[in-house]
Design a protein around this ligand. Structure first.
Ligand code: ADP
Ligand code: MG
Length: 224
């Protein structure tokens, strides 16, 4: 039994012109502790796949087994609990709230988080001195650190990253990758979408999507 097991997952959108399959029959197993990288051109379904694994969206058909439980069958209430307890998200656009301070943004991740825990996370990411700053006064690298602090504070078993370095320069991008690498070494399962092939070396496995399907072609490779 894999930690995460997608079976024949489809995500179809009804459009005026008929239906469109953003994901088409995805079957994929992800083991505990993997650092899985997902590549593929814009529009191929990468974000849709992450959202389904993270319980932010549901497949139109297929199973999404997490520890053998099908979250595709969860009620909204069960999904909210799953997201809260098990999933952290990091986005390209940081998704911070502009009129809250850094500390407030981090504490918002979870109503059970104490200020102490939030401060520890900020310290770990090297931005403790920014705790009372507002996002608009910070650099992209700093804002992404805040969003990482928010995502990891509850030590989610699954960390989903949607182009987390997409808006960063190469120095900050590499620093974010090093943080993710350390989290993965500490046992977190990471699934990351990226366009940057320089980051392939951080992955334990790389897959490619093409037109909503797993690309079984030359691009699919396993790193050592
Ligand atoms: P990627 O992240 O790989 O760029 P997405 O997963 O965001 O791709 O989108 C996959 C496909 O699904 C795209 O063609 C997109 O236009 C389509 N899509 C996404 N959301 C919707 C929606 N709400 N309604 C219709 N089509 C959508
Ligand atoms: Mg996307």
């Amino acid at each position: 039994m894999s930690f995460i097991s997608l079976k024949n997952v489809c995500r179809e959108y009804e459009l005026n012109k008929g239906s469109f399959k953003a994901l088409n029959d995805i079957t994929l197993d992800i083991n505990l502790g993997e650092f899985l990288m997902i590549l593929g051109p814009s529009g191929c379904g990468k974000s849709t796949l992450l959202n389904i694994i993270g319980g932010m969206d549901k497949p139109t058909s297929g199973e999404v087994l997490i520890d053998d439980k099908d979250i595709a069958k969860y009620t909204d209430k069960e999904l909210t609990k799953y997201r809260r307890d098990s999933v952290g998200f990091i986005f390209q656009s940081y998704n911070l709230i502009g009129n809250l301070t850094v500390l407030e943004n981090v504490m918002l991740s979870n109503d059970k988080v104490s200020e102490d825990e939030a401060l520890k996370a900020l310290e770990k990411l090297g931005i403790l001195d920014k705790k009372d700053s507002f996002p608009s006064s910070m650099s992209g690298g700093e804002m992404q650190r805040v969003s990482i602090a928010r995502a990891i504070i509850k030590s989610p078993r699954i960390l989903l990253c949607d182009e987390p370095t997409g808006a960063l320069d190469s120095k900050n991008g590499k620093e974010v990758m090093e943080i993710l690498k350390e989290m993965n070494h500490n046992g977190q399962t990471i699934i990351m979408v990226t366009h940057n092939l320089d980051y392939k070396k951080y992955a334990t496995r790389i897959i490619s999507l093409k037109d909503g399907s797993l690309d079984r072609g030359d691009n699919v490779e396993e790193s050592a």
